[in-house]
Design a protein around this ligand. Structure first.
Ligand code: PGA
Length: 253
């Protein structure tokens, strides 16, 4: 099976409702009919239902930037899988580095989110990645493999195929600094080997692994051409419709 590229935009905590809807409309106009790659955007929670309206009928799916692992009840401030599906999400990002390092989410919490998404029919995008200090200490492979093992604990072979992994070196997120295609490919290949050990070779070949961290039109083609890079999780450049379109175009070529 040929892995279809998956390019997702993470709008983070940046857009107001009107801006979100306007951005979604602009993306629909530019890439809304593309079928050669899978596409999604992840607006802030409060903008999800407005964006869903703007995306309706297009090929652009919608994801949430986070999710909680309980069903319903006394969890002030949290948002459940059922709520996300109700407004039209198909994906939820779990364990973005900003949640790990700014909010303090642990691998255990992230794993509960991944399992909850799977159980409830949302596709998780599980993010992993090392800090600059960890890269400098030559700990990248250890850190990333630990995050993958713990993040996927309890995920069956039948379900892992529906999980998207996103390798996002923390030092490359929002910094303008991108991992070189070789640096990214090296970690992606390690992740695929690890999936082979945890599951089997065939499954490992079919799980999609996105790269994230300052992906932009100038570097997208080279990154996406790497054998183990199956798409991109795009922050800053996903807020500019022409840039997002150019990244998608790079994925098609
Ligand atoms: P960036 O963000 O493209 O702005 O570096 C990527 C991400 O955080 O997912």
């Amino acid at each position: 099976m040929e892995r279809k590229l998956f390019i997702a935009g993470n709008w983070k905590m940046t857009t107001l409702l009107d801006e979100s809807v306007g951005l979604a409309e602009a993306l629909v106009e530019k890439v809304g009919a593309v079928e050669a790659v899978d596409m999604a955007v992840c607006p802030p929670f409060l903008c999800l239902s407005g964006v869903a309206g703007a995306l309706a009928g297009s090929k652009i799916a919608m994801g949430a930037q986070d999710v909680f692992y309980e069903d319903n009840g006394a969890y002030t401030g949290e948002v459940s899988t059922v709520m996300l599906k109700d407004v039209g999400c198909t994906y939820a990002i779990c364990g973005h580095s900003e949640r790990r390092h700014v909010i303090g989410e642990t691998d255990e919490i992230i794993n509960r989110k991944v399992l909850k998404c799977i159980g409830d029919g949302l596709s998780p995008i599980l993010c992993v990645g090392e800090l600059l200090t960890e890269r400098q200490a030559d700990e990248t492979m250890d850190v990333v493999s630990r995050q993958i093992r713990l993040g996927l604990e309890g995920v069956s072979a039948a379900d892992v195929i529906g999980v998207t992994l996103a390798y996002e070196p923390v030092w490359a997120i929002g910094t303008g600094e991108t991992a070189t295609p070789d640096q990214a490919q090296e970690v992606h290949a390690m992740i695929r080997r690890l999936l082979g050990e945890l599951y089997d070779e065939t499954l490992a070949r079919n799980v999609r692994i996105q790269y994230g961290g300052s992906v932009k039109p100038e570097n997208a083609a080279e990154l996406l051409a790497q054998g183990d890079i199956d798409g991109a999780l795009v922050g800053g450049a996903s807020l500019k419709p022409d840039d997002f379109k150019a990244i998608i175009q790079a994925g098609i070529n």
